[in-house]
Ligand binder design. Structure first.
Ligand SMILES: [Ca+2]
Length: 205
């Protein structure tokens, strides 16, 4: 896996300056279930667990839906990668790609995270991330990997993170993935939201 492209940064800055014309639609979460309040077959609705299965003594990474008794948080997703086993990728990935209409020039992504016992992996690109991967009509990757949100520390209380990513030229679909890349810790995830950023309407003559 390659580190996120540095060439994306100027584009992100430019995107932040664009005005969004449809603020109502902007607030709609594209994800069917980003709050992790429902599940199908042990996985959150709309997501698949992309950690490593098999012998738990070799690959003890695990995923569960959890909740704090007596708090209004409701359910959240918890990914556990024990220390000493941090050479792997343990993520939740969207089951179905998000289809991108041509007028979507970016995606806004926000999430709440809580992280315990974080242990950084060997590579600088290792860490807790929310990733966006884009493909074109021919199912080919476009735009490189984009870490929309990246955290490399323990976070004791729920913290809100938000960022935007540019939809690369030619991209027609996007898959969002959240989890631990090559690092260890207990990652808790709630309220994952993906919202469209639309091109400004053409100015009237
Ligand atoms: Ca929740």
């Amino acid at each position: 896996m390659k580190p996120p492209s540095r060439t994306l940064l100027p584009a992100l800055c430019a995107l932040a300056l664009l005005r969004v014309t449809d603020s109502t639609a902007q607030d709609v979460n594209i994800l069917e279930e980003g709050a992790f309040e429902s599940s199908k077959g042990g996985e959150p609705t709309g997501f698949q667990w992309a950690g490593f299965a098999g012998d738990p003594s070799i690959t003890p990474n695990r995923f569960e839906l959890a909740s704090d008794p007596g708090t209004p948080t409701g359910q959240y997703a918890r990914i556990t990668v024990p220390n000493g086993t941090n050479k792997q990728i343990a993520t939740l990935k969207l089951r179905e790609p998000i289809l991108l209409p041509p007028e979507w020039i970016g995606l806004g992504i926000s999430v709440k995270l809580r992280i315990k016992d974080y242990q950084q992996g060997a590579e600088p690109w290792h860490g807790v991330k929310v990733f966006a991967r884009f493909k074109n009509l021919n199912n080919e990757a476009v735009g490189g990997d984009a870490a929309v949100i990246s955290v490399k520390e323990s976070v004791a209380e729920w913290r809100d993170y938000a960022n935007q990513v540019v939809v690369p030229t030619g991209a027609t679909q996007a898959v969002i993935e959240v989890g631990l890349w090559g690092s260890a810790g207990v990652l808790e995830i709630d309220d994952l939201r993906v919202t469209p950023v639309r091109a400004p309407a053409p100015s009237k003559p």
